[in-house]
Design a protein around this ligand. Sequence first.
Ligand code: ADP
Length: 242
Amino acid sequence: MTGASLVVTDLRVEFSGFVAVGGVSFDAHPGEVRFLIGPNGAGKTTCIDAVTGLTKATGSARLGETELLGKQVHKIVRLGIGRTFQTASVFDELTVLQNLDIAAGLHRRSVSLLRARRGIDPSIERALEETGLTGELTTPAGVLSHGQKQWLEIAMLLVQDAKVLLLDEPVAGMSQDERTATGELLQRIAARRIVLVVEHDMDFMRRFATRVTVLHQGRVLSQGTVAEVQADPQVQEVYLGT
Ligand code: ADP
């Protein structure tokens, strides 16, 4: 698999002297569905906030040769880093297609590629197919199921040509079927991209993770395959055993 890897080294974030992330290192490669897990307050969201420029951090987060830390949010987005939040942020009153058109328009402007279009943009068609939303083209986003809204958000990142997708608890509140569909979607899109998932759901992690980093109190407690992490007594003690 070709493509740049995301390499995070000695990431540190402090809030008024409180160390939320105290020297975290991990990497993620194209083709992976990489999981960041850990109890509430472990520093997972702060890590992805730092990588996306929302929170000031020290250390390093590189996509290939490019350092992300210290760059402005919009520049990081332009480099192909996309993220979702725990609550889907789609435009409820607009259709699926209109939501994707907005996302595609933002991307086009950012790469100065304005052109007259007829019909549906091929990047939108691909994103609809990849996320299974082709049949919902004219559905207002507000009436989509919770799962479909999350998939629309992922589709919006795909039309923006995100190379790295950072997903914050993508299956929270989903039905079992929606979780399975989401896991399969993540495996499909990871074939050509980096997918990093922050998650609480252990069952979902066991089924779909390639590698896992377990955070605890702002530090890496354990790192490896699902089997390695599960067998780690420290992890069992602080997390999986609960
Ligand atoms: P997780 O995503 O693993 O649940 P977070 O990254 O949200 O954990 O939070 C890690 C720690 O940092 C928590 O103790 C949280 O209260 C604290 N924290 C997060 N954001 C801020 C902030 N903006 N100001 C102060 N403390 C924060």
